[in-house]
Design a protein around this ligand. Structure first.
Ligand SMILES: [Zn+2]
Length: 102
């Protein structure tokens, strides 16, 4: 035992006659099923990030950090202002004055 995978050189091979570990053998099967280009395109889109994407990801992380901090802050009770009076409507009076003017 102790035969390392020829691809990742980390895990042990499936068997003596095999060159690959279990995960790398699965990767190889996927590369054969779909084209290597298709697989690398998917991996580039999902795993690899360019500097613009990294900046965006950092901004998103900061936003979530700030939002969680805001959620943890104690809420200030809203002061009720009793000095406000509801306006008195003059609907009926207005109608009567308009009828008088005729
Ligand atoms: Zn491997």
């Amino acid at each position: 035992m102790g035969y390392k995978c020829y691809f990742c050189e980390e895990r042990e091979r499936v068997g003596y006659w095999s060159n690959w570990c279990l995960e790398c053998a699965n990767l190889r099967r996927m590369l054969l099923l779909y084209s290597p280009k298709q697989c690398t395109d998917i991996l580039k889109r999902t795993l690899t990030r360019d500097s613009k994407q990294i900046d965006y990801k950092i901004q998103q992380e900061v936003k979530t950090m700030v939002n969680t901090q805001i959620e943890r802050m104690p809420t200030i009770p809203e002061e009720t202002d009793d000095s406000y009076e509801k306006p008195k409507t003059r609907g009926k009076r207005c109608k009567s004055t308009s009828s008088l003017s005729k």
